[in-house]
Structures are given as structure tokens and as C-alpha cells.
Design a protein around this ligand. Structure first.
Ligand code: ADP
Ligand code: ZN
Length: 610
């Protein structure tokens, strides 16, 4: 068998994706390989296929128990003997599995890094024929990253202890150059084939919205997409509970996840989500590492996250099957304040030298600033993200809320002058909210207390809606006419450029055309529809039938539905409508094993609807 046959037979695909072939060829030739590819790009196949073509055993070092379980489940479904060794096994199960491993029962073994140097495992590894070691989530070896795992530093030592050096592969979705260098050094990769694929996830639609009421916006989305599975990320545990409760009261099958819940509840809720019992997960960022659920159709951020790295990672959990998916960020200016507060707290919790602490805080504040820029930019959102990761693209993707919004130039000279005057007259002592409230002329107790209700600028922009005042303030901040400080309680200050506001008229700003928020989302939807139905005509009635059958099988076998077949496979099935075994094998994601196991049932279901 060659790599194409393995791809078809076990995984049911007929072409490799970008980067896969080179990495596979390298490993097969005994040359180390290092793949930097975004989430969902297909890193697993890069080592699973060589593993099936090589003599001996492949070890996959992976940091996450849930991910291992999922991957091994998927492999077993495909007819590959695989196992995992981690702390979720009882002592009895562990020794049994080691025994089977010694007998050579498994081609692929997933192992937690902490296990590598433990006596039982090391003994086995020293005697076995280990032909390849691959390191998944290799960035965990880097002290630069937020996912640093000290036990990853032992991997190189483990490899050196083996009687014969196996070929080594490393894979990650983190692309910064510091992390890459750390990986090369700490894993002691030898002249590896390096492949970095583009970070663009073409099937994701990005949107930023600034709704009056986030909950209503969320509910509307869920009601418009009733059969879809997705994640709603909130910053605080309390918000998770509130949103989840309210959704349940509105009849949405939602569940929740955060670090304050018991282990049992977390596990149960996670399973409910994976198995589509509760298709909507409301969670803090504690949820998702290692979640491989491929049919996540949307990720809504109820709050702005702390930086673009986190956003890209969390939003990237949508659409892993390559089908269209939406990533929507619901932004409110308070999110910035909330994050600022959290940065301080997070740094206090860890043990750092005072100097490091200040450095880390400064770095985190800068990252947060970038994140806030993302939420307020008028430019292409995809372009913003890719540039952040150092990739250069054209400024227009045609598939984000900004590219689909019409912008007009508006004259903001008068507003800008009022803002600068107000900041000046209050002695540069207040934050954005006080300034905006003052200019708008809000009747708040706070303004009376701090004296701003008597300020000469009070009510000067009473005709201008609040969001516009804030927007103009953001614009002045981004363009250096004003400065919002990085402190825990940020204050608006003047800059060397502030005075230009009075001499450089007119000051123009791009703003979304009034009343087009609605039309933009309708337009986006239309474009999406036509894009996703273009290649072949999916029969949505049949698709729903097949989904039901999939769920029924998944429940019987106690595995997540997407491990039976991905959404993509079901869509392809509903388009191709196979009637024979041969035709069934041509469906995307149908390999021999799955054809044997499920072919009859699905062919029957398809026949019944013809
Ligand atoms: P990553 O680990 O890079 O996040 P995965 O390995 O989990 O991504 O792959 C994501 C999805 O893409 C999986 O459902 C996988 O089966 C699918 N996939 C991988 N390679 C191919 C391919 N060559 N053709 C079609 N689908 C693929
Ligand atoms: Zn765009």
C-alpha cells in the first residue's frame, strides 16, 4: 500500500491537503518533520499515515486526555489499532494495555508526557520497536507560550534513552518565531522538513457586532440556526451561568462549562455537547482545549477575549470539518475594562519576579489593545488577524462583516474638537465613559459627584448617539489624537497631535452606513448560502434524515456522532445519493471500515427517500 491508498482505505479521502504530502514523505523517508498548520488543517493524518506504512510502533505525545480519547476513538472507527496511556486509566487497565502493547497489538500509541519516563512505560519503550515519535501541540514545550508544560521538556531525554533514535515529528498551530525556535531546540529536531501552511481558515466567516442587548442578539442567532451546534464563550463564570439559564428558559438545549463546576458535572456537560444531546455549549475559556468536535457550526464570543491569539484559537474551534461556519464577536466597550481588570489579577496569581511581572502586564495590555482594535476596525477582519500573525494578504476577503458592510466617510471635526476640549477641561483625569457621558449630557449621579455635570462641555454633543461618541473617541485613540492609557483604570489623555484637531479640518472617519447592520447580515447570509451550495446540490431533507440515523447509531455505540460520520460526509452523501457499495465508498470521509460498518444502514436510508 502507498500513502494514497491508506488515505482512501482508512480515512475515505482522495486528496491530500496543503502540506500533508511533504510532511508524510519526510517522515516515511526517516527525516524529522515539523508542521505548523492552523487548527483543522489536518495535522493528525500527517503522522497517522506514516505510522500505518512503517514497521513498528508510533508514539504520539499529546497533552490532553480528552483529545487522546477522541483521536483513538476515531482511529478505532477507521479500523486502526490504537491505544492511549494517561491518568484516566485505572492501574488495571494500564497494565493490561501495556501488556497488549508489548504483544505488538497497537500501531499507534498516544501517551501523556508525564508517563514517558515512568518505569512501566519506559521499560516497554526500551524493548519495543519504536519507529516514530510525534509530538502533538508541540508549542507546549515553549516557555513563551501560555500552554507551557514542564513535562514536555522530558521528551527529548526520553528519545535519547531509546536504543535506536526514531524519526521525530512535531506539530503545532502556533506560528510565532520564538515558539518555533523553542520547539526546534527543546525537541532536538534534526534537520527537519519544515512546513508552515497559511493561517487563513477559508471556511470561517468573521463578524464583529455591537448589539444593544447581547442576549437578544445571541438568542436570535440560535433561533435562526436551530439544528446547529456551537459554542458561546463568556469571560466570567457568572455570565456563563446567567446566559445558560436564560437560554434554557427560552427552550434552547444548552449546557455549561467553567472551572468552578465539579469534575463530574464538567465531564457530563462536555459529553452532552460532544454527543449533541445539548448542541449549544456556554463556557469560559476553560472549555475547548483538545475538543475535536468537527461539526461546531458557530462560535459566539459573548465578551471580547483578552487577545487575538485566544480569539483565533477559540473561534477556530468552529468548522473543523471544513464546512462553512460563523465566528461572531459581540463587542461592548465594557469588555475592555473587564479584561484590563483580569490582566492584573492573572499576573498577581502567578509567582513572578517583580520585573517580569511588569513586563508581562505591559505585554498583555498591548495584546488587549490589539484585540480592541480588531473590534473597532472598519478594515477586513480576516486581514487583521492574518497580519497579526505576520501573514500579508490583500485588504479585502469578501467574507467578514466589514467586507460586507458599506462604509461612508463622515465629517467628525466638530465631535473631535468637543472631545479634545472635554479631555483638556477636566484635567485629563477621566476614562472614556465619563468623557462620553459628559459630552452626551447624561444625568448620572457619578457626573454630579465628580463635578463633570458642571463642566463647560456638558451636553455639547447631546444630539449625537453614545455609540458614535465612543466610536469617534476610539478613532482618535487609534490615530494618535488622544491616548487612552494602559492602566487598570484607563484615563483619556492629550497627545502631541491633539492640537491638530483645531487646525486640520475636516477630520474624516469611515463609518458603517446607517441602518445597514441588518442588511449586512442578510447579505452575508445570502452569500454564504450560494457559496456552500455551489459545488453539489445537497438535499437538506435527506441530510436531516441521515443526521437522525447518525445520532441513533452514535447513541447505540456510545460514541460522539461526528466520529460516526462528519457533517461534511453526510452532506456529500445527501448530494451524491449513492445506491451501491462502490458509490458509497466515493463519499468524502468513507473508508473501507466505515463502509463495512455503516454502509448498509445509510444506503437503506438513502433508498427510502428516493
Ligand atoms: P488539526 O489537528 O490540524 O487541527 P485534524 O487532524 O483534526 O486537524 O483534521 C481536521 C479534519 O480534517 C478532520 O475531520 C480530518 O479527518 C479532516 N482531514 C484531514 N486531512 C484531510 C484530507 N486530506 N482530506 C479531507 N479531510 C481531511
Ligand atoms: Zn474581510
Amino acid at each position: 500500500m502507498d500513502k494514497y491508498q491508506v488515505l482512501q482505505k482508512y480515512f475515505g479521502y482522495d486528496a491530500f491537503r496543503e502540506g500533508q504530502k511533504e510532511l508524510i514523505d519526510s517522515l516515511l523517508a526517516g527525516k524529522d518533520a515539523f508542521g505548523v498548520m492552523p487548527t483543522g488543517a489536518g495535522k493528525s493524518l500527517c503522522y497517522q499515515i506514516p505510522a500505518l506504512l512503517m514497521e513498528g510502533i508510533t508514539l504520539v505525545v499529546s497533552p490532553l486526555i480528552s483529545l487522546m480519547k477522541d483521536q483513538v476513538g476515531t482511529l478505532n472507527q477507521a479500523g486502526v489499532h490504537a491505544a492511549f496511556f494517561n491518568s484516566s486509566l485505572s492501574a488495571g487497565q494500564y497494565y493490561k494495555a501495556l501488556e497488549l502493547a508489548r504483544e505488538g497489538r497497537y500501531r499507534i500509541i498516544y501517551v501523556a508526557p508525564e508517563r514517558l519516563l515512568l518505569e512501566g512505560f519506559l521499560n516497554f519503550a526500551m524493548q519495543a520497536n519504536i519507529s516514530m515519535v510525534t509530538v502533538d501541540e508541540a508549542h507546549c514545550v515553549s516557555q513563551w507560550g501560555q500552554d507551557f508544560r514542564p513535562s514536555y521538556l522530558k521528551i527529548a531525554e526520553f528519545i535519547r534513552m531509546l536504543p535506536k533514535r526514531p524519526v521525530v515529528g512535531a506539530f503545532t498551530a502556533t506560528a510565532t518565531s520564538e515558539v518555533k525556535e523553542d520547539i526546534l531546540a527543546a525537541l532536538d529536531l534534526q534537520n527537519p522538513t519544515m512546513v508552515t501552511t497559511g493561517f487563513d481558515r477559508k471556511n470561517l466567516f468573521y463578524a464583529v457586532r455591537m448589539p444593544k442587548d447581547k442576549f437578544t442578539e445571541t438568542l436570535m442567532y440560535l433561533e435562526e440556526h436551530p439544528t446547529e451546534s456551537g459554542i458561546i464563550y463568556c469571560l466570567a463564570r457568572k455570565t456563563v451561568e446567567e446566559v445558560c439559564d436564560k437560554l434554557l428558559r427560552h427552550g434552547i438545549r444548552a449546557t455549561r462549562y467553567h472551572a468552578g463546576l465539579s469534575d463530574t458535572e464538567r465531564r457530563q456537560n462536555q459529553d452532552d455537547f460532544l454527543y449533541d444531546v445539548c448542541p449549544v455549549m456556554v463556557a469560559t475559556n476553560a472549555f475547548g482545549m483538545g475538543i475535536d468536535k468537527s461539526n461546531v457550526r458557530f462560535v459566539i464570543h459573548y465578551n471580547m477575549p483578552k487577545n487575538i491569539e485566544s480569539y483565533y484559537q477559540e473561534a477556530g474551534r468552529a468548522g473543523r470539518d471544513g464546512e462553512e461556519a460563523n465566528c461572531i464577536l459581540l463587542y461592548a466597550p465594557q469588555d475592555v475594562v473587564l479584561n484590563q481588570f483580569l490582566i492584573g489579577k492573572e499576573v498577581e496569581r502567578e509567582v513572578f519576579e517583580q520585573e517580569d511581572r511588569e513586563l508581562i502586564k505591559a505585554r498583555d495590555r498591548e495584546r488587549l489593545r490589539q484585540m480592541a482594535f480588531y473590534c473597532t476596525t472598519n478594515g477586513c477582519l480576516r486581514d487583521f488577524i492574518l497580519r497579526y500573525f505576520g501573514e500579508y494578504t490583500v485588504h479585502y476577503c469578501g467574507k467578514c462583516s466589514n467586507c460586507l458592510t458599506e462604509f461612508v466617510d463622515i465629517d467628525i471635526t466638530e465631535m473631535a474638537q468637543a472631545l479634545v476640549a472635554c479631555v483638556k477641561s477636566c484635567g485629563q483625569r477621566f476614562g472614556m465613559t465619563v468623557i462620553a457621558d459628559t459630552l452626551h449630557g447624561s444625568q448620572s449621579a457619578k457626573l454630579k459627584q465628580n463635578g463633570m455635570s458642571a463642566n463647560s462641555c456638558f451636553g455639547r454633543l447631546s444630539e449625537v448617539p453614545m455609540y458614535r461618541i465612543r466610536q469617534v473617541m476610539q478613532f482618535l485613540n487609534q490615530n494618535g489624537y488622544l491616548l487612552v492609557t494602559d492602566d487598570q483604570y484607563p484615563v483619556v489623555k492629550l497627545t502631541g497631535k491633539s492640537a491638530e484637531i483645531f487646525t486640520k479640518a475636516p477630520i474624516m472617519m469611515k463609518a458603517a452606513k446607517e441602518l445597514n447592520k441588518q442588511s449586512a447580515s442578510v447579505k452575508a447570509k445570502k452569500e454564504k448560502k450560494s457559496a456552500s451550495t455551489a459545488p453539489a446540490d445537497t438535499d437538506y431533507g435527506l441530510f436531516e434524515e441521515l443526521r437522525k440515523l447518525r445520532l441513533q447509531i452514535a447513541r447505540q455505540e456510545r460514541i460522539p456522532p461526528y466520529i460516526v460520520f462528519s457533517d461534511k460526509s453526510l452532506k456529500d452523501m445527501s448530494a451524491k445519493k449513492p445506491t451501491t457499495r462502490e458509490e458509497f465508498l466515493k463519499v468524502n470521509g468513507v473508508g473501507e471500515n466505515k463502509c463495512k460498518k455503516y454502509g448498509e444502514q445509510f444506503l437503506e436510508a438513502i433508498k427510502n427517500t428516493l
